[in-house]
Design a protein around this ligand. Structure first.
Ligand SMILES: O=P(O)(O)OC[C@H]1O[C@H](O[C@H]2O[C@H](CO)[C@@H](O)[C@H](O)[C@H]2O)[C@H](O)[C@@H](O)[C@@H]1O
Length: 367
């Protein structure tokens, strides 16, 4: 009997120890997940994402700052510095040259792009934020310039043209205000065609083409999550939440970096209750979306198919975008072996796009 009691209490204490270990692991895992989310929030913010170029420039600057002290210490070290500086110069030069080779400016390559599209039907895909409009602190004030609107209108007269955005269609339409375009909102999960008769519509139907790959039950789910996120994050100065119909965005552009971890924790705590939603990241924004296999690349594919170019070799799709989510579309073009992807970015980035533009204004020049 005595032995049995000892065995039971032994087992109990082993179970307790086990539970303690498990819950400690869970805490560590939870903490690790938040830490890695905050790390990637930092990494995806341009001021933190050091390119090889900017790193070299930074090293170069720090050499300059230290230089006078080193001269006094030793002339031979000074000579060494001059040699090193030259090497750094050469390194910076090679980096920018290689970058140009990998992602030449779409402006410099304009003629080649035009040549490559000869005899083919150009189809234009345009991201909105950071591509047609400059990035601003307040997402509700990301206005498109009049000249950009004019350019997009002209484009749509010549080619089928679609806006592919993380925003809801209603929001992006309020900025763009062009009825002749196709709109793929909520990262391509809500696709609508022009609301009036449109010559590129193969069957010449005048009604809107509509495709929503995600189940419509996600709409109330996102609305609920949006409300919870607004409530949870209201104590964090600068945090903004947007309901984008099939997805929600939590902006941290105006949040003090010291608060990023707290914000990430709050977002994770809301998402815990929604296993059918997951988190992705854009430019200083956390995006919550349905766990379905759909992205901007698949939206591009869907639109090309609806234009009748499923297996056509006579099509030349051009996709212009600035964000991580646009990479799926760039990759799709590579898979199809057609057209070109153009990345809008001031900084060198790893991308599947073939060309680059420095800012939204340049996108209007090429169009
Ligand atoms: O696919 P996109 O059209 O690029 O949409 C992605 C997100 O764009 C918007 O946020 C971005 O632009 C804001 C205004 O310039 C800026 O404040 C924010 O930091 C950027 O991430 C939009 O507000 C989000 O809902 C979209 O998810």
């Amino acid at each position: 009997m005595m032995q049995q009691n000892v065995a039971v209490s032994d087992t109990k204490s082993r179970i307790k120890r086990y539970n303690r270990r498990v819950s400690k692991n869970l805490e560590i895992n939870g903490e690790q997940r938040i830490n890695s989310l905050v790390d990637s929030m930092r990494a995806s913010s341009p001021t933190h994402a050091k390119s090889s170029n900017s790193l070299a420039e930074e090293q170069y600057t720090s050499w300059i700052v230290r230089k006078p002290f080193l001269i006094i210490i030793n002339y031979s070290i000074f000579v060494q510095i001059v040699v090193d500086m030259k090497l750094i110069y050469i390194y910076i030069y090679i980096c920018s040259f290689v970058k140009q080779l990998r992602h030449p400016s779409a402006l410099d390559m304009f003629e080649q792009i035009v040549d490559a599209s000869q005899g083919k039907q150009i189809v234009m895909f345009l991201d909105y934020d950071g591509t047609l409009s400059p990035i601003v602190n307040d997402p509700d004030r990301a206005f498109m310039s009049h000249s950009m609107r004019k350019t997009v209108r002209k484009l749509a007269k010549c080619f089928p043209t679609a806006i592919v955005t993380g925003r809801s269609i209603d929001k992006v339409y309020n900025f763009v205000r062009l009825t002749e375009l196709y709109y793929a909102g909520s990262h391509g999960m809500d696709i609508k065609g022009p609301s009036k008769s449109f010559k590129f519509n193969k069957d010449k139907k005048s009604e809107e083409v509509l495709f929503q790959p995600a189940n419509s039950e996600f709409i109330p789910m996102i609305a609920e999550v949006y409300q919870k996120l607004v409530e949870k994050t209201k104590s964090i100065a600068g945090a903004m939440v947007e309901n984008n119909k099939f997805c929600a965005s939590v902006h941290f552009r105006c949040v003090d970096e010291k608060k990023w971890s707290e914000l990430a924790q709050k977002v994770r705590s809301v998402l815990k209750e929604y296993p059918r939603l997951h988190l992705t990241q854009g430019r200083k924004v956390l995006e919550i979306r349905p766990t379905i296999k759909w992205d901007k690349g698949m939206a591009l594919q869907f639109l090309l198919e609806s234009f009748g170019f499923a297996n056509s070799t006579d099509v030349f799709p051009i996709y212009i975008g600035d964000d991580k989510t646009d990479e799926d579309a760039f990759k799709k073009l590579i898979d199809r072996g057609q057209g070109i992807g153009i990345l809008v970015s001031k900084f060198p980035k790893d991308t599947s796009a073939s060309y680059s533009l420095k800012e939204p204004n340049e996108a209007s020049i090429i169009s």
